[in-house]
Design a protein around this ligand. Structure first.
Ligand code: ARG
Length: 387
């Protein structure tokens, strides 16, 4: 019997995919990647078995996800189209990596996922898997089966003698992990409509946030956040804490129209309190520590890096080369940024680093001034000379 390893979420599509793949002659092994979506994984695992999977594995990927994917993107300054911190995009390559690993252990020749044919996630799963093991094939049931609606999928499950509890037609499509949440579809498809308050799960509205500011001291070591208000945190606990504090202060809501890889523009709402806080702090520390030309060059690398992540090119040579460059830029990125969170705003309140390139004796207009102003005259003449 042919064996397939399915990236299983517990939702209706992937639940339907199990009997559908069995009908096509596959034995189905379900892989559930815990990237911090905070669900009842035992329930999801049971559900996979109930719908006909021969085995179902829950893999706790949170630590690796934060350390090797989220923090890599943070150091890179990767933000897609100026707004999106890439929470969903970053989770796909790690899930695909473990899907491939399970396929090897289980001696399966095929992978499957529950993505549609219009989105980015199908590309991320499949390109990552292909780069890791070109011999594995992928099958994408949702792209080829005939079901058009949730009701048709439920009817199919019933016809297969499977009864699972399904929630009523969900008004939105939601993807969640420890780095943030993506919400789309339903009434959000009209870009003129302001998102209703009830879509948000991680943040309160800025209007309802406390009327006093919250200060956060974030300490970085080589570009990685390690301490919060003087206390050491492991990476997973740090993100959780920042999501909580940021969420309470209405930080991290993003409403955007983005360019999908398949050429469609789509409207998506994101919640990413930890991403907003960490990128703000990281940028402030870079402003203090990096020299001017490194900063400018790195900005162009950030854009490229974000595109690579978004486009599913995590496992490519270029992405690895850029990682090496970025690592080099981060070697003096040690220091502390004080942020002020207040009603949806996250602003810098203070910065310090042993590697700071800010020299008060050069910047000051006071007595401590050591800048030799006479030198400016010759500098300006030569600077303007070519024109
Ligand atoms: N547009 C985002 C991306 O391509 C999120 C995709 C998943 N969104 C969702 N609501 N299910 O990374």
């Amino acid at each position: 019997m042919k064996k397939v390893v399915l990236a299983y979420s517990g939702g209706l599509d992937t639940s339907c995919a199990i009997p559908w793949l069995k009908e096509k002659g596959y034995e189905v092994v379900a892989v559930i990647g815990d990237v911090g979506q905070g669900e009842d994984f035992e329930k999801i695992r049971t559900r996979a078995l109930k719908t006909g999977a021969s085995k179902a594995f829950v893999l706790d990927l949170k630590k690796e996800f934060v350390e090797d994917y989220v923090f890599a993107a943070l150091k890179a300054g990767a933000i897609y189209e100026r707004k999106y911190f890439l929470a969903t995009s970053l989770s796909r390559p790690i899930i695909a990596k473990y899907q491939v690993e399970v396929a090897h252990k289980e001696k399966a020749g095929t992978l499957a996922h529950g993505c549609t044919g219009k989105g980015n996630d199908q590309v991320r799963f499949e390109v990552t898997a292909k780069l890791l093991d070109p011999k594995l094939d992928t099958i994408a049931p949702v792209r080829i089966w005939k079901f058009k609606t949730r009701d048709e999928e439920i009817d199919y499950l019933t016809s297969q003698g499977i009864s699972i509890e399904v929630t009523k037609k969900k008004p939105y499509s939601i993807d969640k992990n420890i780095f943030g949440m993506s919400i789309e579809a339903g009434i959000l498809e009209d870009p003129w409509i302001e998102p209703p308050e009830d879509i948000y799960q991680m943040t309160v509205s800025p209007e309802k946030a406390p009327a006093h500011a919250t200060y956060l001291d974030i300490e970085f070591r080589k570009g990685i956040p390690v301490k919060l208000n003087g206390k050491l945190y492991d990476p997973v606990a740090l993100l959780k804490k920042l999501n909580e504090v940021g969420g309470k202060n209405g930080i991290g809501r993003v409403d955007m129209v983005e360019n999908r890889l398949v050429g469609i523009k789509s409207r998506e709402i994101y919640e990413c309190p930890s991403g907003t806080i960490l990128h703000t702090a990281h940028q402030e520390l870079e402003a203090l520590v990096l020299d001017r030309e490194t900063m400018r060059f790195k900005q162009s690398v950030s854009l490229k890096y974000a595109d690579l992540v978004y486009y599913g090119l995590w496992e490519t040579p270029l992405k690895k080369q850029l990682d090496a460059y970025i690592e080099e830029t981060q070697k003096h990125m040690t220091g502390t940024i004080r942020l002020k969170l207040y009603k949806g705003n996250c602003t810098v309140a203070g910065r310090r680093s042993a590697y700071s390139r800010y020299k008060e004796e050069l910047a000051t207009y006071g007595e401590k001034d050591k800048f030799d102003q006479k030198l400016a005259e010759g500098f300006i003449k030569i600077w303007g000379m070519p024109y």
